[in-house]
Design a protein around this ligand. Structure first.
Ligand code: SAH
Ligand code: SF4
Length: 347
C-alpha cells in the first residue's frame, strides 16, 4: 500500500490513484470502491473480479469484531470493534419496519468530560479515521438489507474530529457507494460553536442535533464542561445559523436526570429559551453512568416535563431507551468488557 489510509477511507479517485501506482488500470479503483461500499466487502482477497496479483497487494482491514450482541427483541444490535492499535469502539444498529439506523463512534474516548457520559469519564484516546467510521456502518450493511440511516451519536465528539467526520459523510453519501441521502444522516454535537458554523457552510443537508441538557449556563457548565468555553447563547446562535443556511430543523437533546434537570421550572425555562425556533427537543432517559448520584427521571416526571414543553408550544418527544439488555448506550459495552477482563485476570 502506498497510502497511509485504510481502503474504506479512500474516495474513488484516490483508489484510482492507488491502483495506478500499483501499475493497474484506473477503473480498478472504482471496482474496489463498489466492493467496499456497495457490498460491504472488507477483504480484498474476496473481491473476485480483481486480478489475484492486485488483491494480494491490497491491505485488508485490520480491525476485528470483539463482540456482537443482539437484544432479545432482535431489533437492536451492538458491535464492539478492536482497531489495529488495540483501541476499542462501539457501533449500534437499530431496526424498525422501514429503517436500519447505525449509530457510529467518531473517536476512541472523548475529551469533553460530560459528567453523565461513560465515554466522557473514560477520557480521550484518539480520533478515528474516516475509514474506521465507515467500516462500522459497512459491518451492518448487507446488499439485501442495506443501512438506511446513520447517526453520529456514538463515542466521541464528531466535530472535534471534523475533517475525518466530513470525509466519512462524503464516503457514505457517494453515488457509487452506499448512496445514503444526506438527509438520512444526523450528527450530534456537544456544541462546538466554530465547527457548527463551519458545518453550516458545507452545503450538505445533514441533520444537526445539539446536546443541551440544561436551559441555563450555570447548570449546563456543571454537567458539560464544554459550556464554559461555548455557553448556551453562542450555541443557540450557531444552531440558528445552521437552520438559516440549511433550512433544516435542529434538534436538541436533553437527557433527563432525576432531581438535576427535570423539574417543571426548568421545563418552563427551556421552553422560554427555545420559543420561536425551528427545533425539536428529544428527551432521553439517562442510561446508567459511572456517577452513583445520577439517576434516570421517573417515567411520570419525564411525561410531565414533556407536557410542560408541549403546552408552551415546543415540539418534544421522549426517546425510547432501546437495547438496555445489551448495554446499547454509548460506552457501556466497552466498559463492561473491560471490567470482565479485569475480573478474569483477578480470578
Ligand atoms: N459527543 C456528541 C455525540 C455523542 S453522545 C454529543 O455529546 O452530542 C450522543 C448523545 O448521548 C448526546 O446527546 C449525549 O449527551 C447523550 N448521552 C451521553 N451519555 C448519556 C447517558 N448516560 N444517558 C443518556 N444519554 C447520554
Ligand atoms: Fe463526549 Fe458526547 Fe459523551 Fe459529552 S456526551 S463526553 S461530548 S461523547
Amino acid at each position: 500500500m502506498t497510502s497511509v489510509r485504510s481502503l474504506p477511507g479512500l474516495l474513488p479517485d484516490e483508489l484510482e490513484q492507488l491502483v495506478l501506482s500499483l501499475g493497474e488500470p484506473g477503473y480498478r479503483g472504482r471496482q474496489i470502491f463498489r466492493w467496499i461500499h456497495q457490498r460491504g466487502e472488507l477483504q480484498p482477497m474476496r473481491m473476485t473480479n480483481l486480478p489475484l496479483g492486485l488483491r494480494e497487494r491490497l491491505a485488508s482491514s485490520q480491525s476485528a469484531e470483539v463482540r456482537r450482541l443482539r437484544s432479545i427483541d432482535g431489533l437492536t444490535s451492538k458491535l464492539l470493534l478492536r482497531l489495529h492499535d488495540g483501541q476499542e469502539i462501539e457501533a449500534v444498529e437499530m431496526k424498525t419496519d422501514d429503517r436500519k439506523t447505525i449509530c457510529v463512534s467518531t473517536q476512541a474516548g472523548c475529551a469533553m468530560g460530560c459528567v453523565f457520559c461513560v465515554t466522557g469519564q473514560f477520557g480521550f484516546a484518539r480520533n478515528l479515521e474516516a475509514g474506521e467510521v465507515v467500516e462500522q456502518v459497512l459491518r451492518f450493511s448487507t446488499p439485501d438489507q442495506p443501512v438506511t440511516n446513520v447517526v453520529f451519536m456514538g463515542m466521541g465528539e464528531p466535530l472535534a474530529n471534523y475533517a475525518e467526520t466530513l470525509r466519512a459523510i462524503r464516503l457514505l453519501t457517494h453515488p457509487d457507494g452506499l448512496r445514503l441521502g444526506a438527509r438520512r444522516i444526523t450528527l450530534s454535537t456537544s456544541g462546538l460553536v466554530p465547527e457548527m458554523r463551519r458545518l453550516a457552510e458545507e452545503h450538505i443537508q445533514i441533520g444537526l442535533a445539539v446536546s443541551l441538557h440544561a436551559p441555563n449556563d450555570d447548570l449546563r457548565s456543571r454537567l458539560m464542561p464544554v459550556n464554559r468555553r461555548w455557553p448556551i447563547g453562542e450555541v443557540l446562535a450557531a444552531a440558528e445559523y445552521y437552520i438559516q443556511r440549511t433550512h433544516r430543523r435542529v434538534s436538541f437533546e436533553y437527557t433527563l436526570m432525576a432531581g438535576v434537570n427535570d423539574s417543571d421550572e426548568l421545563a418552563d425555562e427551556l421552553a422560554h429559551l427555545l420559543r420561536g425556533r425551528l427545533c425539536h427537543v428529544n428527551l432521553i432517559p439517562l442510561n446508567p453512568s459511572e456517577d452513583p448520584n445520577l439517576h434516570a427521571s421517573t417515567a411520570q416526571r419525564a411525561l410531565a416535563f414533556e407536557s410542560h414543553l408541549r403546552q408552551s408550544g415546543i415540539a418534544a418527544t421522549i426517546r425510547l431507551n432501546r437495547g438496555r439488555d445489551i448495554l446499547a448506550a454509548c460506552g457501556q459495552l466497552r466498559l463492561a468488557e473491560k471490567k470482565r477482563r479485569e475480573t478474569a485476570v483477578l480470578a
